[in-house]
Design a protein around this ligand. Structure first.
Ligand code: AMP
Length: 544
């Protein structure tokens, strides 16, 4: 029998949260035996063979850093050789290797896991907690992802949920979920800005909410901007202070840096409530004669704000970008919703208030609002959302975070779906062959804002064979991009002129985001858009 309960899971970089939507229309946030709702997204492989998850695993970050996995969300769905992964690796205490098809693999003790497998164990942990709270199995879930996750990252998240044995009703964007939790039941029409600053990522989304319909007007973000970066700044300041006190550089001492990072994070959180605090860290290193070298550091809110001002300012620049995309002025925003633990920082709240000349709403718990929104979305999909709660969101509109395009002649892109297009959506364009008597064509798909294909991120390709041999420009191929409500992309191609229909689903492949070999590698001329037939280069040109 299918359960009428549904679980919303906010799978975060630092922490994950689950919320159940009950049959009677209520929701509650899932808590563990210690009444904790926030579950660290951490795994630790113990020497005794057991796998610890969440708080128990987090405790082992300092004791056993090499076998404790955290921040997996920063790696999910990314190719091993991508700039992003290569930049993160030196900052991770556990070992990351390259697996088949450029997959990122995590190597701990005698285990080799894909990042999706790591996330699956975290999702499973939340689901087990939910089962306990509900007194029954709650396998149906809605999982959230950052708005600017690409197709590969969404697919890897979905795969993680499947590996966890969950039935994924939908993958939705985190800011959309937050707005859903907040706006649910609202009668009037409003423009809401969701500012989400978590441990590892930043997202801002401008939504129009009207009669239960959530329409995303603009979205922007940075997958590498979050609380961890602020912790790093404070850690550096403490390393510097230690240097001045003891003329000893802690940068070579991995364990000391890890300890300081954890101290820095706690200090940062405390400084959201207090103006200052004294930090004492014992035995960070040993001096001549084996004497213990300790750190004494006076952390103040002012000093912290000075250290991280540019990072917070960057989030405001991204807000500006989202407003431009939404074609709105800042005074058009009716409500600002804060999401993510970092939004408790007074500097963040002040900066947002000053940019929008409006105070954010603080009635929503910034750690739980995304999971709650996901659970509400799940209930809406199952049809268990009572009408008495207000307007039922019958439709959840969302947008594509990046432009989606295909490679055409000369290394350029033809846009099929522009950035910020509402999804689900479907777009078709007709292309022609680029060479005489060509019988096959490779359709290469990318996402990004550049006119040049190689400057964008290649998502995958599909090959259409058996074309009628004819002079170039004669055979017409209709290429369709279809994005479903999870934001997953399907590409199909139809040989129009022969009357035969051939189609194929696009394979999302892991590729190197920095390499420019995505073009013309198999000697097949690229597609030529009908619109640019007049500028058709010769065969040499098409293979450049
Ligand atoms: P999230 O990814 O939403 O769980 O956010 C986690 C981030 O929020 C981490 O960087 C935490 O250090 C940070 N955080 C949590 N509580 C606070 C607080 N009271 N003040 C400042 N940052 C906080």
């Amino acid at each position: 029998m299918t359960s009428r309960l549904v679980l919303g899971i906010d799978l975060g970089t630092s922490n994950s949260v689950g919320a159940i939507h009950w049959e009677d229309g209520h929701w509650s946030v899932v808590s563990d035996a210690h009444d904790k709702t926030i579950q660290p997204s951490v795994l630790s492989f113990h020497p005794n063979g057991s796998v610890l998850v969440a708080s128990a695993a987090r405790k082992r970050r300092l004791v056993d850093p090499k076998n404790t996995i955290y921040s997996a969300k920063r790696l999910i769905g990314r190719p091993f050789s991508s700039r992003q992964v290569q930049e993160i690796i030196p900052r991770l205490s556990y070992r990351v290797t390259e697996g088949p098809a450029q997959q990122v693999m995590v190597s701990v003790r005698n285990h080799l896991l894909s990042v999706s497998q790591v996330s699956a164990l975290i999702l499973q942990h939340i689901e087990k907690l939910a089962d306990k709270v509900a007194g029954q199995h709650v396998p149906q879930v809605v999982v959230t992802v950052p708005a600017n996750f690409n197709e590969a990252q969404r697919a890897a998240t979905r795969q993680a949920a499947r590996l966890a044995g969950l039935d994924v009703l939908r993958i939705i964007n985190e800011p959309t979920a937050a707005a859903l939790a907040y706006g649910h039941g609202m009668d009037e029409s409003k423009t809401i800005l969701v500012y989400d600053l978590g441990g590892g990522t930043f997202d801002v989304t401008v939504l129009r909410v009207s009669r239960g319909i959530f329409e995303v007007l603009g979205t922007a973000g940075d997958t590498h901007l979050g609380g961890d970066d602020l912790d790093e700044r404070l850690t550096e300041a403490m390393v510097e202070a230690f240097m001045q006190q003891h003329h000893y550089d802690l940068n070579m001492n991995e364990m000391a840096i890890l300890r300081l990072r954890s101290v820095a994070e706690k200090a940062k959180c405390t400084l959201s409530d207090k103006e200052s605090l004294a930090v004492h860290v014992r035995e960070l290193a040993y001096g001549p004669g084996g004497i213990s070298l300790d750190l004494e550091y006076r952390a103040t809110r002012d000093r912290l704000e000075g250290l991280v001002a540019d990072l917070v300012e960057r989030t405001i620049g991204i807000c500006d970008e989202a407003m431009t995309l939404a074609q709105l002025r800042t005074d058009a925003v009716d409500e600002i919703v804060l999401v993510g633990g970092m939004t408790r920082m007074p500097l963040v709240q002040r900066s947002v208030t000053s940019f929008f000349s409006r105070k954010p709403v603080t009635s929503i718990n910034p750690d739980e609002v995304v999971a709650v929104g996901a659970a509400i979305q799940g209930a809406s999909l199952l049809g268990t959302l009572p009408a008495s709660q207000g307007h039922v969101p019958s439709l959840l509109l969302d947008v594509t975070p990046r432009t989606l395009a295909v490679a055409t002649v000369g290394g350029f892109c033809q846009i099929l779906i522009p950035r910020n297009a509402q999804i689900p959506t479907e777009h078709t364009r007709t292309f022609t062959t680029g060479a005489d008597y060509q019988t096959a064509v490779t359709i290469r798909v990318c996402q990004g804002e550049h006119r040049r294909f190689e400057k964008n991120v290649m998502l995958g390709e599909l090959r259409l064979e058996g074309l009628r041999p004819a002079p170039r420009g004669e055979v017409r191929i209709a290429v369709t991009f279809e994005i479903d409500s999870d934001g997953l992309l399907k590409v199909s191609a139809r040989d129009q002129d022969s009357g035969e229909i051939q189609s194929a689903a696009m394979r999302v492949v892991a590729v190197d985001e920095d390499n420019d070999s995505a073009w013309g590698t198999d000697g097949q001329p690229p597609l030529v858009d009908e619109d640019i037939l007049g500028q058709l280069p010769d065969d040499e040109g098409t293979r450049s």
